[in-house]
Design a protein around this ligand. Structure first.
Ligand code: UTP
Length: 460
């Protein structure tokens, strides 16, 4: 066994050998003191029992099919929307709402260097995702008469870069006191036999533990207690990749409150049976999300008598969670499940060569936040227009790429302008959240806006 001077380190080394992961020390002799310390510190953070139980997922028999049923969704008419909106504003004005964006992902499909939130997505302005969200938060806070707390979930891989981006952008116009960064945990990546993969000679390959990491990050930090003590009752949860998300949407907050819900989800209608979108359904009688891959071909194609798909509540990953609900889960025995994803994981082989695999070679383990939905005593699913609220940035080209997301933002701005009665022809449109948060606000301000088109672009 490898010998190290410190007794605690020696115990750790013994643990690594017992778990039959001693190959992580293969390059020990080549490492300098600092690298050795880093490797030992990283290993000290691992739970080797958990790693070996995760390895069992690789050969686990396929899950039995889930029994699913459609989940009723709400589509309020204009009068009801106005009532819900008023209820939402009441909560915002009373300081009962905080927001949380999950931004800890690796964004591998997009291939952007840096946190995904720094991607320039404004179709005219080139404002980043973070900037657009921050402007919404600021405008909503101004209307509510108090700043909205904003939690930003990061991971080990992007915490520093995210904090730097906020600092360099002067917090995108927000008060730094409003913003709290959380860091989700990492889980090591293994080969299919459960052996840890080495990212370098002194570092085990590891990746963030999925957006379910939000839950443990909230629990492990003092965030839940801090928010509860501040009188916050509802947490508005959204993903960093969807700039069409109406942050702290008062209508959605109102629907959550009016429904006495512990958790709520915005859904968009799935119309193409082949679309690979998670669906909000009843799983064993409780609200939950079913992945496309978990559904049978019949379920994917099944239609109601009116011709609509029976399972059509596409998950936008926009939720409201009640703080008391999250506290209850935190205090009880609730645990999210780990899911295996086979991915391409660059690694250092036994000879010390860096390998960039062409095919999935590694196992990553993730948890999903939507598993908490099944624990909610009441859940509201609010159906919204996809074109108005959902176009996430996932890929570098094709569907859900910068091109489609910019087009969706521009089209939305154009619809708001047209609804307000503006007759302007442009190639690209953009409405700043500081100008208007919705079509009605834009209409009320239209007379004061400069509608000059410059180089084919209209930006107000
Ligand atoms: P995705 O599952 O789309 O992953 O995340 P991603 O990291 O953005 O992109 P790929 O799959 O590597 O291409 C959906 C949302 O969940 C967040 C992401 O930041 C994004 O807002 N997320 C994902 C986390 O915060 N942590 C994670 O571990 C995973």
């Amino acid at each position: 066994m490898l010998k190290v001077p410190d007794e605690r380190d020696q115990m750790l080394v013994a643990k690594v050998y017992k778990a039959q992961q001693q190959h992580v020390f293969a390059f020990w002799e080549e490492l300098d003191e600092e690298q050795r310390r880093e490797l030992l510190d990283q290993l000290a953070g691992f739970d080797f029992q958990q790693i070996s139980s995760l390895a069992e997922l690789v050969d686990a028999p396929a899950e039995p099919p889930v029994a699913i049923a459609p989940l009723p969704t709400e589509r309020p008419d204009a009068a009801r929307r106005a009532e819900l909106e008023a209820l939402g504003w009441e909560a915002l004005k009373a300081g009962k709402v905080a927001c949380l964006v999950v931004a800890g992902g690796q964004g591998t499909r997009l291939g952007w260097v840096g946190p995904k939130g720094t991607y320039p997505i404004g179709p005219v302005s080139g404002k980043s995702l973070f900037q657009l969200f921050a402007e919404q938060l600021r405008a909503t806070g101004e209307r509510a008469g108090r700043p909205l707390p904003w939690y930003v979930l990061t991971s080990r891989l992007n915490r520093e870069a995210t904090e730097r981006a906020f600092a360099e952008a002067a917090y995108y116009g927000l008060d730094p006191a409003q913003v709290t960064f959380l860091t989700q945990s990492d889980l090591p990546n293994t080969d299919p036999e459960g052996k840890l993969l080495m990212a370098t000679k002194s570092e085990v390959a590891a990746s963030p533990n999925g957006h379910g990491g939000t839950f443990s990050a909230l629990v492990d930090s003092d965030a839940l207690d801090t928010l509860t003590a501040a009188g916050v009752e509802h947490l508005f949860y959204f993903q960093v990749d969807n700039p069409l998300c109406r942050v702290a949407d008062p209508v959605f907050l109102g629907a959550h409150i009016a429904g006495g819900a512990e958790a709520s989800t915005k859904v968009v209608r799935k119309e193409d049976p082949d679309e690979k979108i998670g669906l909000v359904v009843l799983r064993d009688g409780k609200a939950g999300v079913v992945e496309y891959s978990e559904m049978s071909a019949e379920e994917q194609q099944q239609r109601d008598p009116d011709g609509q798909l029976t399972f059509r509540g596409g998950n936008t990953a926009i939720h409201v969670f009640s703080l008391a609900f999250l506290q209850r889960l935190a205090e009880g025995s609730f645990k999210l499940h780990y899911h295996l994803a086979r991915k391409k994981v660059p690694y250092v082989d036994a000879e010390g060569n860096h390998v960039d695999p062409d095919e999935p070679n590694g196992c990553k383990f993730e948890t999903f936040i939507f598993e908490v939905l099944g624990e909610a005593q009441a859940h509201v699913a609010l159906e919204v227009e996809r074109a108005d609220e959902f176009e996430p940035l996932k890929n570098s080209s094709g569907p859900y790429s910068p091109e489609t997301v910019k087009a969706a933002l521009s089209d939305l701005a154009k619809r708001w302008l047209e609804a307000a009665g503006a007759k302007v022809e442009a190639e690209r449109y953009e409405v700043s959240p500081r100008t208007a948060l919705d079509a009605a606000e834009l209409a009320s301000k239209l007379a004061d806006l400069d509608l000059t088109v410059t180089d084919g672009s209209l930006s107000v």
